[in-house]
Design a protein around this ligand. Structure first.
Ligand code: F0G
Length: 420
C-alpha cells in the first residue's frame, strides 16, 4: 500500500482541502483535514497520516527554519518562536573513534525549548488554532510538555500536561511550569499518562498534541529535509544512514514520511533513502524487540526503566508507522545500556556537543552497530541528538567532573593545581 517507499502519489479525494487530507494507514479511509477533530480512524481506529496531492521537491523550499518547508506542510506559516535550522556538527574525534567515513551530529537540542518537539508544535498549535480549540494537552516524559507549554503560551491557549511523577528531568518541568502549563503528576509511567490524556481528548476536554496527532509529525519531518539538504550541500550526496533515539517512535515515523514524499515527488531515488536506525535503552526496548524478532506488532512493556527518562516508554504508539520505516529503508534497531548512554553523552560533551541522555543513545547505538559490523566502515552517518544537555542537569552532574572547593587565594589555588 501507500506505506511502501515507492508508492505513487495518491490522487486528491473529494474530502481534500487545498490538496491536503487525512488517510488511515490501516484501512485507507480518507477524511477532511480540518472539519472535525480526530486523531485516529473513525472506522478501524488505525493511525492517521496527512497526505498531499503535490508532495514537495527540494526546489520548492525557501526561507529559513521549519517554515522553509511549507511546500510540504499543511499551512504556509505557523505559531513560531522560531524553530528548526539546527546545526549539523562535525565531530572528527568521535568520527575517528567510531570508525565510519563521515559522522555528523544533527543537534535538535538547539531548538527554542531545547528539543525537536518544537518542530511538531509549531505545526500542531497552528492546526489547533484552525480547529478553534481552547485547551491543549499532552502526556510527556518532559520535552513535549515544555514545547507544548511554550507554543501554547505563544498562541494564547491554555495548556495541560500529564507527567509520570518522579520520572521527568528537572529542566523540563521548570520549562512547563514557567511557560504556564497546568502540570498534573500521575502516579504511573508515561504510557499510563498517554492512556489518560487520550481519554480526556476522546471526551472532548482537551486537544491532544502527542505524536499520535498526525500534524505533529508533519513538523518533525522537516528534520529529514534539513539533514538531506545540508549533507548534500557539504558532500554532494545524501547520508547512508540516520541513527536516532526511539521512544514513541514518532520521529522515526516522521523521517520515513519525509523520505516517502521526496521519493513520490521524484526529488529522491528510492536507493538514496538513508537507512533508518532506531536506538532504545535496554530497559525500555519494545521496538528493538519487534525489529529483532521480525514481528509486525510491538508488545507493550509494562515495566520500563532507564537513565534516559525521555525514552522511558513501553508502548510506542507510532510503531505501525515506524516499523515499516525501519524495514523498508533497510535499517535496524538496537538497544544500549545506561552505561553506554552515559559514555556517549560524555564523549559528545567533550567535543562541545551538550546533549541529554536520551539523545546520546543514538551515538551509543551507532558505536555498538559499528563494533558488531552491522554498520560498515565506509558509511556516511548522521546521528540525531534530540534534546539539550541542560534539560537534565542531574544527569549532567552525575556524568561530569565534580566541582572542587578551593580557598579564596590565587597562590593557594596554584599550589592546589600543582598538587592535584
Ligand atoms: N529524545 C528525546 C530527548 C525525547 O524527548 C523523546 C521523546 C525521544 C527522543 C523519542 O522520540 O517519541 O518520537 O520516538 N519524548 C516524548 C516527550 C515522549 O514526552 O517528550 P519519539
Amino acid at each position: 500500500m501507500s506505506f511502501d517507499l515507492t508508492a505513487a502519489t495518491p490522487a486528491a479525494p473529494a474530502v481534500a482541502d487545498d490538496g491536503v487530507w487525512l488517510a488511515c494507514i490501516e484501512c485507507g479511509e480518507q477524511f477532511a483535514p480540518f472539519s472535525a477533530i480526530r486523531y485516529t480512524c473513525d472506522h478501524c481506529d488505525g493511525l492517521l497520516e496527512v497526505r498531499y496531492a503535490d508532495p514537495p521537491t527540494f526546489d520548492d523550499f525557501e526561507g529559513r527554519g521549519v517554515w522553509r518547508y511549507a511546500a510540504g506542510l499543511p499551512f504556509a506559516e505557523g505559531v513560531t518562536l522560531p524553530e528548526g535550522d539546527t546545526p549539523l556538527h562535525r565531530v572528527p574525534r568521535l568520527e575517528e573513534s567510531v570508525g565510519v567515513d563521515t559522522l555528523r551530529i544533527k543537534h535538535e537540542g538547539m531548538n527554542p525549548t531545547g528539543s525537536f518537539k518544537d518542530r511538531g508544535m509549531t505545526v500542531g498549535v497552528r492546526v489547533a488554532r484552525e480547529l478553534g480549540v481552547d485547551r491543549l494537552a499532552c502526556a510527556s516524559t518532559g520535552n513535549t510538555s515544555a514545547a507544548l507549554a511554550a507554543y501554547g503560551g505563544r498562541a494564547g491557549m491554555a495548556t495541560l500536561v500529564l507527567l509520570p511523577a518522579g520520572k521527568v528531568a528537572a529542566g523540563k518541568i521548570a520549562q512547563a511550569a514557567l511557560h504556564d502549563a497546568r502540570i498534573l503528576e500521575v502516579d504511573g509511567n508515561f504510557d499510563d499518562c498517554l492512556d489518560i490524556v487520550q481519554n480526556l481528548a476522546a471526551r472532548g476536554e482537551v486537544y491532544l498534541l502527542n505524536s499520535l496527532n498526525p500534524f505533529r509529525l508533519e513538523g518533525q519531518k522537516t528534520i529529514g529535509f534539513e539533514i538531506l539538504e545540508a549533507f548534500r550541500d557539504d558532500y554532494g550526496r545524501f547520508p547512508d544512514r540516520i541513527v536516532l533515539p526511539v521512544g514513541n517512535a514518532g520521529n522515526t515515523a516522521a523521517l520515513y514520511k519525509c523520505f516517502r514524499e521526496l521519493v513520490q515527488s521524484g526529488a529522491l531515488d528510492p536507493e538514496q533513502v538513508p537507512k533508518l536506525t532506531g536506538v532504545q535503552a535496554e530497559g525500555a526496548a519494545p521496538m528493538v524487540e519487534a525489529v529483532q524478532e521480525g514481528n509486525d506488532t510491538v508488545r507493550r512493556w509494562d515495566d520500563v526503566e532507564t537513565i534516559a527518562t525521555a525514552i522511558r516508554i513501553g508502548n510506542p504508539v507510532n510503531a505501525p508507522k515506524a516499523l515499516p520505516g525501519i524495514r523498508n529503508t533497510g535499517g535496524t534497531a538496537v538497544a544500549v545500556s545506561d552505561e553506554e548512554i552515559t559514555d556517549a553523552q560524555r564523549t559528545l560533551a567533550r567535543e562541545g556537543v551538550g546533549v541529554e541522555p536520551a539523545s546520546a543513545a543514538s551515538v551509543a547505538g551507532l558505536r555498538k552497530l559499528r563494533d558488531s559490523g552491522v554498520v560498515d566502515a565506509d558509511e556516511d552517518v548522521v546521528c540525531l541528538t534530540t534534546g539539550h544537555l541542560l534539560k537534565d542537569p542531574d544527569a549532567a552532574f552525575a556524568a561530569g567532573n565534580k566541582p572542587e572547593s578551593v580557598p579564596n587565594d590565587t597562590d593557594e589555588i596554584l599550589t592546589y593545581l600543582a598538587e592535584n
